[in-house]
Write a protein that binds this ligand. Sequence first.
Ligand code: NOJ
Ligand code: MG
Length: 592
Amino acid sequence: MAVTKFLILLALTVGCTLAIKLPQNPEPNPEPLKWWQQEIIYQVYPRSHQDSDGDGVGDLAGIQSRLDHFTDLGVGAVWISPIYKSPMKDFGYDISNFTDIEPQFGTLESFKNLSSALKERNIKLIMDFVPNHSSNEHPWFNMSINREEIYDDFYVWKDPSGVNSSTGEPLPPNNWISVFGGSAWTYVEAREQFYLHQFTPEQPDLNYENPEVTKAILAAIKFWLDLGVDGFRVDAVPHLFDKPRPLWTQPVDPNRPPTALPSDWAYYQHLYTYNLPGVFEVLAKFRELLDIYTWADGIERVMFVEAGVPTLDLLFEYYGTKEKPIAHFPFNFEFINRVKSGFNGTNIADVVDEWFTKMPEGMWANWLVGNHDNNRVASRFSPDTGIVDAFNALVLLLPGNAVTYYGEEIGMKNANISWEDTVDPPGCSAGPDRYQQFSRDPERTPMHWNDDKNAGFSTANKTWLPMHPDYPEVNVEAQINTTGASHIKVYKQLSALRATDVWRYGSMESQAPDGGALFGFSRIYNGKGFICLFNFVDEVKTINIPQEFEDIPQNATVYSTSVGFEPETAIGSSVRTDNLVIGARHSIILEF
Ligand code: NOJ
Ligand code: MG
C-alpha cells in the first residue's frame, strides 16, 4: 500500500532527535490509493450539526442541507456518530434498535435521502456502530431479564456476591468499575441478578461468549450494508469481551493518576474486561462480512475501530495481518494522548516517527486531533489558535487518513458549560465539584455556520447544549467572507494539496530541527514537493531548510501560512529556503 509498503529508513539527525524517511512510491506505476486512504473523513456529531425542525437538536435533514460545506472543504467521507433509535442516555451510544433511526434525527426514509444525496456528490457514508452494548430499552434486554429462549444469555448476568448486612441489599459480584465511574454492575430484582455495564447502567454489555449475539449483530451490520453504507467506525472494541468467571477482582493500578478515586475507572487495571483475545475473533467476523460486499463490486467497505489501548504494539494488533486483516485502521489517538501543554517539535516527531517505525508493513496510517470525547484542539494547549492551522496541516498532509472533527476547520473552542447545563453521563456522575474533569459537553456544542441566532444551527430558543458565545466571530460564513486570513481558508488550501500526486505518492522526511523547537516534514514526488514547518515554541526561529532536509531547492513559493503569520509573508511570494523566519507558534508551507 503506497508509501508504507517500503522499507522505513531511520536516520539520525542533529541533536538526539530521531528523524524518519519514507521513500516515494516507485515510478512508472505508483500503486493507486484506495478511496478510504485518500479521502478526508469528517466526523459529524448529529445532535450538533444542523437542526432542520427547530427542536434544538441536529437531525438528518439538517445534515443533508449542509452538504455544500463538505464539498467546499474537499471532504470525501463523513462518519456520523450514532443515529439509531436511542433513549439518548449516552446521546446515541445507547441503542434500542440497531436497524432503525432515532425519531429525533428522522426516519429510515430521511436516512435513505441523505445517503443518496451523499452518493450523488461522491461522498462516502460511514456509520458509527456500537456492538459492545445496547440500551436497557432494547427489547433484547427485557427478554433477557425474563430469561426468554436465546435471549437468556444475551447479556452478562451474575449472582450477587452476598448481601449488605445493614441494608440487606444485594452486593455486586465483584469490584469492577464502569468507564463512567461507579460499579459496573446493576441489580435487577425480577431476575435476582446483576448485569454488567462497562458504561452507564442504561448500556448493558452484550455477551459475546454467546454466538447468538454475534449473529444478531452481524445481521444489523448487513442491514446497513444492504442500504449502501460504505463502512463503520466501530465503538469501544476492547470492551467486547469480559471474563467474569470466576469473578476475579481487578487490581488497583499502581500508576493511577493521583486524583483518581476508588470509584473511578482509572483507579484500576482492567485485566478481565479489556482487550481480551476474543475481541479479535468477533472483529474478524465483522471484517469477513464487509469483505463479501467489497469483493462483490470492488468498492471497499471499511472498518475503523476505536481502541484506546495503552501502547502502539497493542493498538497495531487491530490491523490484523495481511492474511487475516481486521480493521482498515485503528484510530490514532497519539496527538491527543501524548502531546501535552508546553510541547515542542520533538514531541511531535516522537509521535510521527514511532507510528511509522512500528506500523506493520502494508498497513496505512491515520491522523486526528479531536473527537466528541476530547477537549477541542483550539482549547487544549493555549488560547492561541495558530495551533489549529498547525494541527490541521499535520492531520491532512502526513501520509495516511485524515479525520476532522466538525468545527476544527474553523477553530471552534470548548464551551464553558455550567453544572446546571451539564448532560453528559460521566460529567453528571462525577457531581458538581468534579464534573468539569469528566464532562464531554464542552467539545460537543453546536456547529457555527454564521452569525444569525444560534449560529444558524437552529431556530429554537434553547439548543440541546448552549452555543459557544464566540460564534459571531468564529463561524463558517465569516471565515469564508473575510478578506483576510482564516482557519477555513487554510483548511481548504491543505485539502487541495492532499489531492495531488505529491501527497499521494511522495516521499516523507520528518525532522525536529533547532534542538527540537521546530518540527517539519517534506513530501517530494519526482522532484516536485512541499515542506510543512512548525515553530511550536515561544520564540521567533530562523531555519536553514536545505541544511536540515534532503533535496530542498534554494528558492520556494509560500503556499500557505498559519493565520496571523509573523513576519508578514504573502502567499505566492518567493522565499529563500536557507534563511526562513518563523514567528512564535506559527507554521508555514512552502512549495517547490
Ligand atoms: C466511545 C464513544 O466514543 C463514547 O462517546 C461513548 O460514550 C462510549 N464509547 C460508549 O459507547
Ligand atoms: Mg432537530
